[in-house]
Design a binder for this molecule. Structure first.
Ligand code: SF4
Ligand code: SF4
Length: 102
């Protein structure tokens, strides 16, 4: 193995300039489905907010306010825990209001 170069002989590396870096949304992908909610059924229990592993449930103060689709992965946990069946998983292509409340 070739001997390692001393630090001052190394090639310059790349740098990331914060102001030029892409916003690190973690959801460039989703499972193929996304949640939508029937606002009239929601009883604001916030179980979806408590269980969502991606902090993708939006609140208005302490009131459920929909989904952050930039970070939602489509895991369906919110649909599983909602006690009043207000959440429905729909196909990714479904056109919804911005926060998924209908
Ligand atoms: S589908 Fe999963 S990631 Fe998306 S809002 Fe529901 S619990 Fe969160
Ligand atoms: S779990 Fe269902 S009822 Fe509870 S806040 Fe979420 S959408 Fe509303």
């Amino acid at each position: 193995m070739a001997p390692l170069k001393p630090w001052d002989e190394l090639e310059p590396g790349g740098i990331v300039v914060p102001s030029e870096a892409a916003i690190p949304h973690t959801s460039g992908w989703r499972t193929g489905v996304k949640p939508a909610v029937d606002g009239a059924k929601c009883v604001n229990c916030l179980l979806c907010w408590l269980y969502c592993p991606d902090s993708a449930i939006l609140l208005d103060g302490t009131t459920f306010a929909g989904f952050d689709y930039d970070h939602c992965k489509g895991c369906e946990i919110c649909d599983e825990v909602c006690p009043v069946d207000a959440i429905e998983m729909v196909a990714e292509e479904t056109v919804l209001p911005e926060r998924g409340v209908r």
